[in-house]
Design a protein around this ligand. Structure first.
Ligand code: ACM
Length: 506
């Protein structure tokens, strides 16, 4: 059966991220049953069935109780109308069912008359919707079944908006890209030597002065609290939790430049636009340091619904070890006093992590006895090994953007490790998940971000979501190749890694 795609359906095809081929040739393609073998991140189980669901001008989305938000999101993506629950044919049904097997698990059943996504929670429906988007080709969805649940609860991406500033719209664009690969956490690196990017009402010069610069003298910027709230809300609508980071006690030149009284000698240093690290420190011995941090953390906690605040703690090379311990322990108490839990770079384990504190591991070796010992004592760990998961590392020596201090990271390197067994001596139960950081010393535009994130971000996302039993480079490179038409249709700039058999039009 052949049918013409109408204008609305055509738009839907583009919005869903379908190939340019489908757009140029508005005739329904044969259903692609292999789509069930092509999902990224790989689901727990998926199989194709006989028959095809066709999206046409009669197709509607129906939302059961509690599913309206996800249905509206899907309606926006596919440009299809959303209705209340009903029994009519040709519908995509989103159903919240009582059985809750976890926050993000879902089931997808596609048949000729209806596609049904069932989950215990809206977050599971949203994950199922992302799977659905990958099953659509040429306005058709091959019949089949997917049953799915995440391996790790924490699947993060970090964006450094301090070295270079990115607008709300740019951050939202990245959020949309992350959400397609079932990333559920956005860590925003909001303050560093080169810029302070969040308005703090009780210390206004942090943003207005400390936020005025960026690396290489490029334009600075900051988010008003309302803009930050908008980012948080946008992320929440994609089931992504924002974790704000104020990097402490080092990486603080922008704050020290903004308020002379925060410096031990009472003299404000100049603003900084270079890329060295380790030269700044808050003044651990001054009480005003803790009044300052109490204000900053109180204001940040008030506009952050997620449970974690990230307090940095890396590369404090200008803070003595004794001061570092005093400082990190005291700041953990401030975070707790404002009702939040601490995430920090893994150096925090040299202080005394609170029971709820989670350490973010960024070292370049899988052998770190101090972090392993902390994990054995109960400290949770998020894995971001810099030589595997840092999206700002170059792919190879010729990569025009990025850095190489940790490693050159090809796609097979980013994919080729197991978070559950990576850190020697750390019990698997301590591993909360993975995060792919994107530092922006060399990155200025969304196209730059995308070139470094794609295709490695989907690789890290898969390590976080998919069962270890699905790990298979030979299969992954084919599944990744099949994503390229979606990226092209969405205007995502990506690195054509020679390791991946991209379709010829890519
Ligand atoms: C880091 O890369 N300094 C966390």
């Amino acid at each position: 059966m052949r049918w013409k795609l109408g204008r609305v359906a055509l738009a839907a095809v583009v919005a869903a991220g379908m190939s340019a081929v489908a757009v140029a040739e508005p005739v329904a393609a044969a259903p692609d049953r292999s789509a069930y073998a092509g999902i990224v991140p790989a689901p727990v189980s998926a199989r194709a069935d006989r028959g095809t669901f066709t999206i046409d001008r009669h197709t509607t989305i129906t939302a059961g109780a509690g599913a309206g938000g996800v249905a509206d999101y899907l309606g926006g993506v596919l440009r299809l109308p959303v209705r209340g629950p009903g029994r009519g044919g040709n519908t995509i049904r989103l159903v919240l069912a009582g059985r809750d097997e976890g926050n993000e698990s879902y089931r997808l059943d596609a048949a000729p008359g209806a596609v049904t996504i069932t989950a215990g929670r809206a977050a599971g429906l949203f994950a199922g919707v992302q799977t659905l988007r990958q099953l659509i080709t040429g306005g058709t969805i091959p019949a089949g079944h997917v049953s799915d649940a995440p391996r790790f609860a924490y699947r993060g991406a970090m964006l450094d908006v301090a070295r270079h500033f990115f607008t709300v719209a740019q951050v939202e664009r990245y959020i949309d890209q992350l959400s397609q690969y079932k990333i559920n956490t956005l860590h925003l690196h909001l303050a560093d030597d080169q810029g302070w990017r969040i308005q703090i009402n009780s210390w206004p010069r942090l943003a207005t002065y400390g936020g005025s610069t960026a690396v290489d003298g490029d334009p600075g910027g900051y988010y008003t609290q309302d803009q930050y709230r908008a980012i948080v809300a946008y992320a929440a609508s994609r089931f992504i939790t924002v974790i704000p980071e104020i990097d402490l006690p080092g990486h603080t030149n922008a704050a020290l430049a903004s308020y002379a009284e925060l410096n031990c000698d009472g003299v404000a240093p100049p603003l900084y636009t270079g890329t060295e690290v380790g030269f700044s420190s808050l003044c651990v011995g001054k009480e005003i340091t803790y009044r300052f941090l109490d204000d900053v953390i109180r204001e940040l906690a008030a506009i952050t619904p997620g449970k974690y605040l990230h307090i940095g703690g890396d590369e404090a090379h200008s803070t003595s070890q004794a001061d570092y311990i005093t400082f990190m322990n005291r700041v953990q108490g401030i975070v707790a006093a404002h009702g939040k839990q601490v995430l920090a770079w893994h150096q925090i384990v040299s202080a005394t992590p609170l029971p709820a504190t989670v350490a973010q591991y960024w070292d370049t070796t899988n052998d770190n006895p101090q972090v392993a010992a902390a994990a054995q004592r109960g400290t949770g760990v998020v894995l971001s090994p810099a030589n595997l998961a840092y999206l700002d590392m170059k792919y190879n020596a010729e990569t025009p953007l990025g850095q190489d201090w940790a490693a050159l990271i090809e796609v097979s390197d980013a994919y080729g490790w197991d978070p559950g067994s990576y850190l020697t001596g750390a019990p698997a139960s301590a591993i909360r998940g993975v995060e792919a950081p994107l530092w922006t010393e060399t990155l200025r535009t969304s196209a730059d971000l995308e070139y470094m994130a794609f295709p490695r971000l989907p690789a890290i996302a898969e390590l976080g979501w998919s069962p270890a039993s699905t790990h298979d480079w030979a299969a992954f490179r084919l599944r990744l190749a099949a994503q390229a038409p979606r990226w092209r249709a969405q205007g995502i700039n990506f690195y054509r890694s020679p390791q991946i058999p991209w379709p010829s039009a890519s």
